[in-house]
Design a protein around this ligand. Structure first.
Ligand code: FES
Length: 149
């Protein structure tokens, strides 16, 4: 399956049946994301276990790409450290914005499908909305307590 087919299938699947949709209470961190171009809004919720993302959910209303991207994000970040999530963000951001960025399907899994958004530059903000929202949530979250043990 080439990336174009993967893009279409993954976006349709995750928009129709978004994973981890709903509020997470209590969340250790959350943030609201807003795309002023269209008015769409998403909230990303995160539960932390030390430095790791123990759980992640999202809710709100958005276009197919923003919902599918948020669904993929919540699946991809669970269990990862904050540092690993930042690296993932950088890879996804490059994939969305750099024409020559290679989709490392082995490392990115289904997230690689997001490279299909490059064909539609107006939709890059749709796909990145949840990622910027996640960053805002993690920036607000208290850092894990430093252990001296
Ligand atoms: Fe609003 Fe895509 S059209 S986020």
């Amino acid at each position: 399956m080439d990336l174009k087919d993967l893009y279409r299938d993954v976006i349709v699947d995750h928009n129709r049946n978004p994973r981890n949709f709903g509020a997470l209470h209590p969340a250790d961190a959350q943030a609201d994301g807003h795309n002023p171009l269209c008015g769409d809004r998403l909230t990303v919720y995160v539960k932390l276990d030390g430095d790791r993302i123990a759980d992640a959910k999202f809710d709100g209303a958005g276009c197919a790409i923003s919902v599918a991207s948020a669904s993929l994000l919540t699946e991809a970040i669970k269990g990862k450290s904050r540092t690993a999530v930042k690296e993932l963000f950088n890879q996804v951001h490059a994939l969305l914005t750099q024409q020559d960025a290679q989709a490392d399907t082995a490392r990115l899994g289904k997230l690689a499908a997001l490279s299909g958004v490059r064909e539609f530059p107006a939709r890059v903000k749709c796909a990145s909305l949840c990622w910027h929202t996640l960053n805002a949530a993690l920036d607000n979250a208290p850092a894990a307590p430093v252990s001296t043990e």
